[in-house]
Design a protein around this ligand. Structure first.
Ligand code: PLP
Length: 376
């Protein structure tokens, strides 16, 4: 039996061996980072080293980093803790933004998934209420990268704060938070080859957030609870390794581009979303109209290839992707899109295995459609 092929890095990336090693070593340490004795100080040093590593990944200073239990908590903390009562969210945000900002107003996107800047301006001009604008750096399904600097300029010109979910973008594209100017940025370790269940909200020094989790004064009062030191140590190292991983990113991009060009040549009616604008180098969102995403994911899994449906929620249930619907895709296309995402362990054979399984399904489906048409 051949090894399964993993092409679902945007869901979670395999933990890097050096990260696992550092975590095991950190687990063997005793000491609460808040304790003043020598073992406590040792744990505190590890925590602060990791804070520096994570800050460096996004061009921020360590004092701006608040460790959380992941990207979801970082998004919740940004929206609930930043202060403004009026929230504007792009139509393509992750559920961990959409579900928190229940009464938010939506900023539409165009057919490429890019935020409509004129609409953003119009919404901001409608009210003087303190406002938080939430626009992700790059989309988890399509990889489409937003014009974050322009969005920040428009928002700041209108006195609004900007929160940017950079969970998918960090480590895959260079981010300098200070230059981009966002006020709050969410990160997640397990998209970088670090452990699951760790993340950070990076908060500009001009913003004060009120904590969601209260108790001890950890994380400078922004997030109570003894820090998950082994997880944070792993996150820090994964962030540091990602900063020098340009060869891996170039490899992921070459594989993704090869997959897309071969796929379109063999299946010209397939649709690739977001490929006309700036995208993450590792992500491909492909619709095979007529075959539900869930069916494709299961058929590929049987063939030993793991990918995600365009929009799978945590229960694993697939529904039409709200991201693609916002981009104007009809229900058939939005319900038949899968996401292929590459990363640090991906190799050329993965593309061959994916194409062989996907094209097999495609051809079987097309020939059964042709047979039905002939019979009718
Ligand atoms: N934001 C985006 C864009 C994501 O893709 C994800 C996870 O898939 C999250 C937030 C949630 O991050 P976490 O899994 O660390 O809670």
């Amino acid at each position: 039996m051949t090894d399964p092929i993993y092409l679902d890095y945007n869901a979670t990336a395999p933990v890097r061996p050096a990260v696992a090693e550092a975590m095991v070593e950190a687990l063997s340490l005793t000491g609460n980072p808040s304790s003043v004795h020598q073992w406590g100080r040792q744990a505190h040093r590890r925590l602060e080293d990791a804070r520096e590593q994570v800050a460096a990944l996004v061009g921020a200073s360590p004092a701006m980093v608040v460790f959380t239990s992941g990207g979801t908590e970082a998004n919740n903390l940004a929206i609930q803790g930043a202060g403004p009562s009026r929230i504007l969210v792009s139509a393509v945000e992750h559920d961990s933004v959409l579900a928190v900002a229940e009464n938010a107003e939506t900023i539409p996107v165009d057919e490429n998934g890019l935020v409509e800047l004129d609409e953003l301006k119009r919404l901001l001009e409608e009210s003087d209420e303190p406002t938080l604008v939430c626009v992700m750096y790059a989309n988890n399904e399509t990889g489409v990268i937003q014009p974050v600097e322009e969005i920040v300029k428009i928002a700041h010109d209108h006195g609004a704060l900007v929160h940017c979910d950079a969970v998918q973008a960090s480590g895959k594209t260079e981010i300098y938070m200070r230059r981009v100017g966002v006020d709050l940025m969410s990160l997640s370790s397990h998209k970088l080859g670090g452990p699951q269940g760790v993340g950070a909200l990076v908060v500009s020094d001009t913003v004060t957030i009120s904590p969601m989790i209260r108790g001890g004064g950890q994380e400078r009062g922004s997030r109570a609870g003894t820090e998950n030191l082994p997880g944070i140590v792993g996150f820090g190292l994964a962030a540091e390794i990602s900063m020098t991983a340009s060869a891996e990113i170039a490899n992921a991009q070459a594989l993704r581009d090869d997959l897309e060009s071969r796929l379109i040549e063999a299946a010209p009616d397939a649709v690739i979303y977001g490929n006309e604008v700036s995208r993450l180098p590792n992500t491909s969102c492909i619709a095979m109209p007529g075959i539900e995403a869930e069916t494709q994911v299961m058929a590929l899994d049987l063939a030993g290839v793991m990918v995600s449906a365009g929009s799978a929620c945590s229960s694993g249930k697939v529904r039409a992707s709200h991201v693609l619907t916002a981009m104007g895709a009809d229900d058939d296309a939005a319900g038949s899109a899968i996401r292929v995402s590459f990363g640090w362990q991906s190799v050329a054979e993965d593309v061959d295995a994916f194409l062989s399984a996907w094209l097999d399904l495609y051809q079987r489906h097309r020939s059964s459609n042709n047979a039905q048409a002939t019979a009718a």
